[in-house]
Design a binder for this molecule. Structure first.
Ligand SMILES: *Cc1c(COP(=O)(O)O)cnc(C)c1O
Length: 371
């Protein structure tokens, strides 16, 4: 079976983790935390990095630190991970779901349509490494005085018009889960250019302790601290980030070439190629066209029979059973993301893939769609 992803870990990771253990710095203090925060922020073109224990925590922390009034609406794509909505719900904010554009990202047209008196923020997500239409979203945010919280968990190293993903809006949130382009096993980070917001994020990450009066708390914080051991892995990965991002792009472009025939034959939609953006192909998504008479579940079964592991697309957030209990829940139909869910999956895309393995994957995909 060719796995959908495997992390790529090297000798530097082992060396730094050993150092953390040998020097007894295993909690959330230590040199690796500081160097990883500063190094990753600088890689993304940001002033401050606040490392946390996972990407969901990063989103949760960001939404808390922004201190939006209770009941404020946050516009986000329906086609994303549940973490985006949870970060709002647990902070008494209301997620508002909109449909996707043809690249599976938040559709700016639909963002405009749902802006109302309670709207305070937009949360764009760069799905599968493909940058969202940030210039249009920034313009909308400016015109309507909205905050942007960028989820770039799937787009480490991606660029939009020469600007790094992770550098947009008030806060950007990353995940360093094992399948992400840079990993710490579990981990995440908030990035910001705002000194005051950075301080607030740091305080709330650490139970809202205040240095002047230890154990007196004026705010409700979280323990979202990252350990020095996680940061040791992260710093080692960061030293190779350019290569890792380059490999991801290579893997994506190799699939583009190997699968081009199926796109020409009208059997598959490949990720759209656009000028002015760098897609880092976090995961390589395939979408069956209307010319195919089976859905993504059957497609995945057929690929598994040929030794290829895949993962389904996101189940749209507007259809999540867990949200039916809320007064803000609305029955709605968002055709693009519903159809993407039925027709899409992603194929092996990890950093350990070789050209030979990619050829095997492509051969299997061609084989399944030929019969
Ligand atoms: C992976 C991911 C996250 C957060 O993931 P964690 O598993 O909590 O680290 C958030 N948003 C998106 C879009 C993701 O892909």
């Amino acid at each position: 079976m060719i796995p959908v992803n495997e992390p790529l870990l090297g000798k530097a990771e082992l060396k730094y983790v050993s150092e953390a253990i040998e020097t007894n710095w295993i909690s959330s203090e230590g040199r690796f935390i500081r160097e990883f925060e500063a190094g990753f922020a600088s890689y993304c073109g940001r002033r401050h990095g606040i490392a946390v224990n996972n990407g969901t925590s990063a989103l949760m922390l960001a939404m808390r630190a922004l201190n939006l009034p209770a009941g404020s609406e946050v516009i986000m794509p329906s086609f994303t991970i549940i973490s985006c909505a949870l970060a709002c719900i647990y902070n008494d904010l209301v997620p508002v779901f909109v449909d996707s554009d043809p690249r599976l990202n938040l559709d700016p047209e639909q963002v405009l349509q749902v802006i109302g008196p309670q709207t305070r923020a937009i949360m764009p997500v760069h799905i599968y490494g493909q940058p969202a239409d940030m210039e249009t979203l920034e313009q909308i945010a400016r015109e309507h005085s909205l905050v942007i919280v960028e989820d770039f968990a799937e787009a480490i190293g991606s660029r939009y018009h020469d600007r790094m993903c992770g550098s947009f809006g008030e806060v950007s949130c990353a995940s360093f889960y094992a399948n992400k382009t840079l990993t710490t096993g579990e981990g995440g980070m908030c990035l910001t250019d705002d000194d005051q917001l950075a301080e607030e994020l740091r305080k709330l990450r650490n139970l809202a302790f205040i240095p002047e009066r230890r154990f007196v708390h004026e705010q409700l914080g979280f323990n979202f601290r990252m350990t020095n051991i996680q940061a040791a892995i992260g710093l080692a990965q960061l030293e190779r980030i350019e290569q890792q991002v380059e490999s991801k792009i290579q893997i994506g472009e190799t699939y583009n070439a190997l699968l081009a025939g199926l796109e020409e034959d009208g059997k598959l939609h490949l990720p759209p190629r656009r000028s002015g953006v760098v897609n880092t192909y976090w995961m390589y998504p395939l979408m069956l066209t209307k010319n195919t008479d089976f859905d993504a579940v059957v497609f995945a079964d057929k690929l598994r029979d040929r030794g290829i592991q895949t993962r389904p697309f996101f189940y749209p957030l507007h259809l999540q059973p867990a949200f039916e209990q809320f007064s803000w829940h609305r029955r709605q139909s968002l055709p693009e993301c519903e159809s993407a869910y039925r027709r899409g999956l992603y194929i092996p895309s990890g950093l350990t893939l070789t050209r030979g393995l990619q050829e095997q994957v492509a051969e299997a995909v061609v084989g399944v769609l030929a019969c």
